[in-house]
Ligand binder design. Structure first.
Ligand code: GDP
Ligand code: IMO
Ligand code: MG
Length: 429
């Protein structure tokens, strides 16, 4: 396996964690490289459902070391809650978890600013998860951030805290009319966190560089998806980090050339949470049916996900811009019983021009009309399928069409949430 990146090729919630969980079987190290508590990653096996936000999904494989690298913004409360919950359920969390000392810490003002900004935007709200992600990354690149390692130098931490509180109170109180932040309770809270997370904190860059040199199997677990990437996504309706493959070197410190394989995860239809363009969204009966059959409600916020049809224009963009070697397509089972299944093969702009590339601006993407190919559906229950021959011909034809449209091979097809509900396509390893 060597170094493999598993990333979302759509607008998040593609089923990345279920794919990481499968591959983690043979991984030495599983690494989260970006995002934070905004992620909601679900793994189902032996009838148990695990929901993770910050800890890599590899934690459910006892042999794997799990790393939260510096590209991730760490909410200490969420992290400790997750550790507790996993331990309560009998999952070992100890020396197998390493949190980078270079990772930025989500502070109380990040969450408050996130929520206040959303409130103030009213009907123009972004629909963030409210986890302080954008404000934390903004502080990182404007040199105001506090990193995990800073928590262990009390004086330095206190100075950074004071400086931030002074600045953020102007925003929170003067601009947003909120309550001021107080130094002491925050200092005490974070000093307590520092002690509690100390056993996990380490130099993740050196750990990963040594692992690359030793030829270890490393799995990089993406959060969000390419279309939410701060640069490649539908800006401004994106998240604050590079959720695409280039987030791996910047978010972990491994050299760009050390990434051997990129796996894109995609649903066989499409979903999005929050505001922003979604050309293939189906706001009618079809979308509702996808939501019901696919249980499309957010893992982190519980919000209903917007649902629509597979967008091959967007997928081609994700495949090309990330060098996706193979795609794992999930939720084929959800399409059962639809008389026909739509696949968007191109966009049409308002002046009638056919587009087969991804427009750069949200306003342009909002105006395009999808051009659909309609393929016959299937009635059979596919949840028990394990080899391609178990799948109905119409499903196989749909997969072949999607594969040809995306420009990347489908290596596996998921037919249910559970670990074993996977069909390895012909020739896939
Ligand atoms: P992630 O954020 O990309 O890891 O994905 P989420 O965990 O947010 O959402 C994916 C959801 O789909 C989870 O509830 C999974 O258990 C579920 N899931 C994954 N693969 C399949 C599948 O093939 N069929 C069905 N029905 N559910 C699936
Ligand atoms: P996983 O890893 C789906 C969306 C939010 C919002 C936008 C910005 O589970 O796929 P943020 O809180 O990051 O500032 O919100 O990004 N978003 C996600 N959508 N899956 C996710 O993570 C997401 N993380 C953020 O809904 O539109
Ligand atoms: Mg999710």
């Amino acid at each position: 396996m060597a170094t493999t990146c598993v990333l979302g090729a759509q607008w998040g919630d593609e089923g990345k964690a279920r794919v990481v969980d499968l591959l983690a079987d043979t991984a030495d190290i599983v690494v989260r490289y970006q995002g934070g508590g905004n992620a909601g990653h679900t793994v189902v096996f032996e009838g148990q459902t695990y929901r993770l936000h910050l800890i890599p999904s590899g934690i459910l494989r006892p042999h794997a070391t799990c790393v939260v690298a510096h590209g991730v913004v760490v909410d200490c409360g969420t992290l400790l809650g997750e550790v507790d919950e996993l331990r309560k359920r009998g999952v070992e969390v100890g020396a197998n978890l390493v949190i980078s000392d270079r990772a930025h810490v989500v502070m109380p003002w990040h969450k408050r600013l996130d929520v206040k900004r959303e409130e103030m935007a009213g009907s123009r709200a972004h629909g963030t998860t409210g986890r302080g992600i954008g404000p934390c990354y903004a502080d990182k690149v404007s040199y105001r951030g506090i990193r995990v390692g800073d928590l262990y130098d009390e004086e330095w931490f206190a100075e950074r805290l004071r400086m931030n509180i002074e600045e953020k109170n102007r925003l929170l109180v003067d601009a947003y009319g909120g309550e001021p932040l107080e130094f002491e309770p925050i200092r005490d809270e974070y000093m307590r966190y520092a002690e509690l997370i100390k056993p996990f904190v380490g130099d993740a860059v050196t750990l990963l560089l040594d692992a690359v040199d030793a030829g270890k199997n490393i799995l990089f677990e993406g959060a969000q998806g390419v279309l939410l990437d701060v640069d490649l996504g539908s800006y401004p309706y994106v998240t604050g980090s590079n959720s695409c493959a280039l987030g791996v070197p910047s978010g972990t410190g491994v050299p760009p050339r050390s990434l051997d394989r990129v796996i894109g995860v995609a649903k066989v239809y499409m979903t999005r949470v929050g505001t922003g363009p979604f050309p293939t969204e189906d706001e009618g009966e079809g979308g509702q049916r996808l939501r019901d059959a696919g249980h499309e409600y957010g893992t982190t916020t519980g919000r209903p996900r917007r649902c629509g049809w597979f967008d091959a224009v967007a997928m081609r963009y994700s495949v090309r811009s990330n060098g996706i070697d193979e795609v794992v397509l999930v939720k084929l089972d959800v399409l059962r019983g639809f008389p026909t299944i739509k696949v968007c093969t191109a966009y049409e702009s308002p002046d009638g021009q056919r587009l087969d590339r991804m427009p750069a601006t949200a306003s342009e993407l909002n105006r395009v009309v999808p051009v659909y190919e309609e393929l016959p559906g299937f009635e059979e229950d596919v949840t028990g399928a394990r080899v391609p021959a178990d799948l109905p011909q119409n499903a196989l034809d749909l997969l072949a069409f999607i594969e040809q449209q995306m420009g990347a091979p489908i290596s596996q097809v998921s037919v249910g949430p559970s670990r074993e509900q996977i069909v390895r396509m012909n020739g896939a390893s």
